[in-house]
Design a protein around this ligand. Sequence first.
Ligand code: SAM
Length: 206
Amino acid sequence: MRRSLIKILENKGITDKKVLKAINTIPRHYFFDNALLGHAYQDKAFPIGEGQTISQPYTVAFQSEKLEISPNDKVLEIGTGSGYQACVLVEMGANVYTIEYNKVLYERTRKFLPKMGYTPKFFCGDGSKGLPRYAPYDKIIVTAGAPTVPTSLIKQLNINGILIIPVGDSSKQKMLKITKVDEKKLKKEEFDYFSFVPLLGDEGWG
Ligand code: SAM
């Protein structure tokens, strides 16, 4: 089932071998209750409780590919959720810091991922302001829909660092890739529309 998911992702245009290998390695069904196992390898987002979702595999693959991960990149993920995206980044060789706003999800995922052998660094708090204590980061990925690009996240990027973030309204958001060329210059690329749950907090929807 995992191999057929990989075929679906390739057919949708994902080419990064590291991304495909990571998705082919991680047992996504571990993130689902027994009664819902049949949904684990469909290319769909799925509820994980607390009104939140595990992102669609294509979305995870798309964002991961656009991050252009090199081994040991220091990556900040905003919106830990189920932890699946964090596992993909760890499998790709990144040094992952992940922050979740919802305390229940934070506690659940912080306990669950190490049981699968994945140990990103977990934080609970408002990630719309980034995680300044450990900045700067080589890459930042936002996995919730933002109203605008938070300035704190740009500040916390290294030169040549990449931020991938969906920006828009509550129904759909355009995927943006922002490269910090130097302290004053940003390169902005725009991709397709996606649909995420809202980024809450001070530099999100509040
Ligand atoms: N990356 C997740 C995964 O692999 O399962 C999917 C994330 S889900 C689409 C979005 C997550 O962002 C939710 O868990 C939500 O609680 C979290 N979130 C929303 N606003 C946040 C904020 N300001 N800081 C940190 N997390 C936030």
